[in-house]
Design a protein around this ligand. Structure first.
Ligand SMILES: NC(=O)c1ccc[n+]([C@@H]2O[C@H](COP(=O)([O-])OP(=O)(O)OC[C@H]3O[C@@H](n4cnc5c(N)ncnc54)[C@H](O)[C@@H]3O)[C@@H](O)[C@H]2O)c1
Ligand SMILES: O=C(O)C1=N[C@H](C(=O)O)CCC1
Length: 266
């Protein structure tokens, strides 16, 4: 079987480093190149931490996509950069697997029409951890029975976007089965702005940022006399890698945009 040739964008980041190792260590994957905003023209193996992992380093998108023979781009950068990378990859016939979070509704619509036009797969996965996907699915199941819901997402303090992509996706999945409902007391007032968190169709989303955390979320469902809590914790970035591998394999089989790995796992 031919190897899947992959470009990783953001290789020196916390997730990018793990993704480079995953691609390097996976039998049917080949690291074709990396996109890094520094180190243009070097070989990855010359950069500290990547000894023995050979791939050309590019800083210019067009130069990278036009000169490298690749089928998949794994993007783990920032929301603004990730969107530019995904669009450009599709234009060059490369299938994006995007773990970068913070994409807007308009970004997703744009990628939806671009994948349709190019007839190429694209996967946007706010969370690659299988446990987190199950947490989202279980939350959607529970929301059929509990209409009062508060999402508490907790991440490391270097995270740029809030709420997390996972929290937004969770609230979207819940909204598919829950009637909009204003929660709490109808006359409640915040004496400190933000105390009740973000409002999505009446559900509340709270973002915690603390050093030491990786990625955690608990969804709390309240009803008279009872509380159901569904929680997932990622303790390291390796927890995301089986999902990245799955997404790369799946993106080769599809010709549409898939938003969320829950649409890929059985
Ligand atoms: N989907 C998931 O399961 C999942 C898991 C963890 C993190 N994330 C998301 O992945 C993204 C990266 O997270 P992280 O913790 O690795 O962040 P990070 O800050 O450690 O890494 C981001 C990297 O992107 C690089 N970068 C920025 N602009 C670039 C450009 N123009 N070209 C190439 N590289 C560029 C930076 O140099 C940095 O190394 C974030 O959006 C985060 O929310 C998603
Ligand atoms: O570290 C991050 O940043 C993460 N972001 C994802 C999100 O925004 O949901 C989830 C995993 C970690």
């Amino acid at each position: 079987m031919d190897k899947i040739k992959i470009i990783v964008a953001g290789p020196r980041g916390r997730m990018g480093l793990e993704a480079v190792k995953l691609v390097h260590n996976t039998e049917n994957f080949e690291l074709a190149a990396v996109l890094d905003r520094k180190n243009n023209g070097m070989n990855l193996s010359e950069i500290g931490g990547f000894e023995g992992i050979h791939a050309p380093v590019y800083s210019d998108l067009d130069e990278c996509f036009s000169s490298v023979d690749a089928q998949v781009l794994i993007d783990l950068t920032t929301p603004e950069v990730g969107m530019v990378h995904a669009e450009k990859a599709l234009e060059y016939g490369i299938r994006p697997v995007v773990g970068t979070t913070g994409f807007s509704k308009e970004d997703l619509e744009r990628l939806d029409s671009l994948t349709a036009e190019k007839e190429l797969g694209c996967i946007i996965a706010p969370n690659f951890a299988i446990g987190a996907i199950l947490m989202m699915k279980f939350s959607q199941m529970a929301a059929k029975y509990f209409e009062d819901i508060e999402v508490i997402e907790m991440h490391h303090d270097q995270k740029l976007d809030a709420p997390s992509g996972t929290a937004v996706k969770t609230a979207q999945l819940i909204s598919e089965v829950r009637e909009d409902k204003i929660q709490g007391h109808p006359s409640e007032k915040e004496t400190l702005p933000g105390a009740r968190g973000a409002d999505m169709n009446g559900m509340r989303i709270h973002s915690v940022r603390l050093p030491g955390l990786v990625a955690h979320q608990q969804v709390m469902f309240g009803m008279e006399g009872q509380l159901l809590t569904i929680r997932h914790d990622s303790f390291n970035r390796a927890s995301f890698m089986s999902g990245v591998k799955l997404a790369v394999e799946e993106v080769m089989k599809i010709d549409v945009l898939v938003y969320g790995l829950e649409n890929v796992i059985e």
